[in-house]
Ligand binder design. Structure first.
Ligand SMILES: [Zn+2]
Length: 355
């Protein structure tokens, strides 16, 4: 039984970086039992139900590849629109954890193909449908997510993030480990990824999450956008009145690359930018509010050289005391308040390469 290879495909491990620790799913069974690993061990993937679903999907042109575990969402190629010009993996696909049925929806607005199919011989239903809401609920429940409980609400309150902001951004927790925050990544309202964070600042993420900006639906119509370096910084800016903000999904690079920009298809570390290009292209002003440390500065530079320096602005984090500067949006919110954070962002300066 190929448990190890299956588990590595179901939980994408974050590359080890300064703030990011690699999580070995096998040493943290209590944290990953929701994710389908248990089912892998039980061999549910091979159940007759899943085999039936797989065959039905193939008839519809949905290729499940090898990674379609029940209880997880997957981003697949949509057979209807083929992902448009950018060839996005736009089909959010999900088999519920008991293998009873599969459901899918293409998050490209131009397409929106959706349907569901049962493992037993109930009628196959496929076509446009208006049940995005139930898809959303089922996908979240099946991933083992639930609304934040008192403990994590208090954790965020300490960071001056309100329940209103948490609700609007659909921040959740794991139902079987109530100390794990789940940042839901959505596109056109559909769950396309999820990043998990323990109170001790350990991170890991569902497969595909590294491919999209967090909060992308908030910049759909924005001509001015803000890019931050973490989900909590996005929530912090919302407290200061800015909803037109997205966070990068992965940590900052150690340093600015000395090489020329790679072609888009080889620019793997920044796929999330290219995948969101249609959104970013609309922005005439992009405020970079990355962390005030060397990796944060390197990230700002890497973003600016891809987005075009001429439309980039840079937030300058103020001094905390004689020797230190504030590190990020949440720190400013906590120590200086929402109005001060708003002013600091409003006072962003035209981007110049500091390196
Ligand atoms: Zn489609």
């Amino acid at each position: 039984m190929a448990v190890s290879s299956s588990s590595s495909s179901s939980v994408h491990q974050v590359a080890s970086q300064s703030l990011w620790s690699t999580v070995n799913p096998k040493t943290m069974p209590h944290l990953v039992s929701f994710s389908g690993l248990k089912q892998v061990v039980d061999n549910t993937f091979e159940t007759p139900k899943v085999r039936v679903l797989k065959q039905k999907m193939e008839l519809l042109g949905i290729s499940l590849e090898n990674s379609c575990l029940p209880g997880q969402y997957h981003n697949l190629f949509c057979p209807k629109c083929k992902g448009g010009q950018l060839k996005e993996r736009s089909l959010s696909f999900h088999i519920i954890s008991d293998g009873e049925f599969a459901m899918w929806r293409c998050f490209r607005v131009e397409c929106g193909w959706a349907g569901q199919s049962f493992a037993d011989d109930k009628d196959l239903y496929s076509g446009d449908c208006a049940n995005a809401k139930s898809y959303r609920q089922i996908a979240e429940e099946s991933l083992g997510l639930e609304p934040l409980g008192a403990k994590l609400v208090a954790y965020f309150r300490e960071r001056l993030i309100s329940e209103k902001t948490l609700r609007r951004n659909a921040v959740r927790q794991l139902s079987d480990n109530k100390a794990v925050i789940a940042f839901t990544y959505k596109q056109n309202g559909l769950l396309v990824g999820c990043k998990y964070r323990t109170i001790e600042k350990r991170f890991w993420q569902g497969k595909g999450t590294e491919k999209i900006l967090y909060g992308i639906d908030d910049i759909g119509q924005a001509s001015e956008i803000i890019i931050v370096e973490g989900e909590i910084d996005k929530l912090s800016l919302e407290e200061a009145g800015f909803q037109n903000c997205v966070s990068v999904p992965v940590g900052a690079p150690g340093k600015v690359s000395s090489k020329d920009l790679p072609p888009i298809e080889k620019d793997t570390a920044f796929q999330y930018l290219w995948n969101c290009k249609e959104y970013l292209d609309k922005a005439v002003r992009i405020i970079l509010a990355t962390d005030n440390d060397p990796p944060g500065q390197a990230l700002a530079e890497e973003l600016a050289r891809r987005l075009g320096r001429e439309r980039c602005w840079r937030v300058l984090w103020p001094k905390k005391d004689e020797f230190n500067y504030f590190k990020d949006a949440n720190e400013v919110l906590k120590y200086m308040g929402a109005d001060a954070l708003k002013k600091i962002v409003d006072d962003a300066e035209p981007y110049t390469n500091a390196n």
